[in-house]
Ligand binder design. Structure first.
Ligand SMILES: [Fe+2]
Length: 193
């Protein structure tokens, strides 16, 4: 949680153009496209003064969304991440992950807003663990920082797609969202939802 607050504070001070100029000096490699409707991921390796990749405690990447690419709703285990909008704008939806049940996550909607260039979205286990990104009015790009395997005792970092729209609303307003495969999620969660 503290990390999220600090990153959000930092993002308020970051000049997106300067950040992108810095990223432009790094080694950027395109990842292999996924079979889903995900944005194209480009991994960023920042280099030291001798041109060697720096060993950092986090991973950085750019996600380039076509107007129809979507990051479908999913939860994260044993990781934190931040997503700075560096081009275009997104509809961002978040949910707190209240607990896990057999085949489902119990989630509560927390945010649904338009994030324009310069805005940042963060997630952790404590807050907004589920996120969902849909570009608005054209293509858009995020600059992401990801810290994986925060707690070795928790094992591997995992991401899990869920179906909050197809979920069941419980008495307290939370949603029992079934776990689904990312391929299935990509078919259902198109940019118009
Ligand atoms: Fe994610």
């Amino acid at each position: 949680m503290k990390w999220m607050v600090e990153v959000e504070r930092l993002a308020a001070e970051v000049d997106v153009a300067e950040l992108m100029a810095e990223a432009g000096k790094a080694r950027i490699t395109s990842n292999a496209p996924l079979p889903t409707n995900d944005p194209n991921k480009r991994s960023i390796r920042f280099l030291d003064s001798s041109g060697e990749p720096r060993k950092l405690g986090f991973a950085a990447a750019l996600f380039d969304f076509s107007p129809t690419n979507v990051i479908t709703p999913h939860g994260h285990t044993n990781m934190v991440s931040s997503h700075l909008v560096v081009g275009g704008k997104f509809r961002v939806r978040n949910f707190d992950r209240l607990r896990d049940e057999d085949g489902a996550m119990i989630v509560r909607p927390t945010r649904d807003y338009l994030a324009e260039t310069g805005a940042i979205s963060t997630m952790s286990s404590a807050r907004d663990n589920v996120h969902w990104f849909v570009p608005q009015g054209g293509g858009a790009t995020t600059f992401d920082v990801i810290i994986s395997e925060i707690d070795k005792a928790q094992g591997d970092t995992r991401i899990t797609a869920i179906d909050p729209v197809g979920g069941q609303t419980l008495e307290d307003g939370s949603i029992r969202a079934p776990i689904m495969e990312f391929e299935e999620a990509s078919d259902k969660y198109v940019a118009t939802i």
